[in-house]
Ligand binder design. Structure first.
Ligand code: ZN
Length: 91
């Protein structure tokens, strides 16, 4: 099925299924609502903070505990990839 470049787009929050209309004038919204944008920013900040904390923990952990901490770091990095910094100047 071909992609519809001009139709509604899913909200940028990866956990939100809402479709956002592309306005003909003005900036298209990346998020369906201010609340959704706020949730996204908060979640992104939490993930970044948790990743920083985990980096410190890996450095201080006994060698036997590091593989599990590294596995958790991979998971956090994956989730952070789903929450990129959104450049609204492109809109
Ligand atoms: Zn949304």
């Amino acid at each position: 099925m071909p992609e519809d470049l001009y139709g509604p787009l899913r909200c940028m929050n990866p956990y939100c299924p809402t479709l956002c209309e592309l306005p003909l004038d003005g900036r298209p919204g990346a998020f369906c609502s201010a609340v959704c944008k706020s949730r996204y920013s908060r979640r992104r900040a939490e993930l970044a903070r948790d990743l920083r904390d985990l980096e410190v923990a890996i450095g201080a952990a006994p060698k036997k505990d590091r593989p599990e901490l590294r596995r958790r770091r991979k998971a956090l990095r994956f989730h952070l990839m789903r929450h990129p910094v959104i450049d609204t100047t492109l809109s």
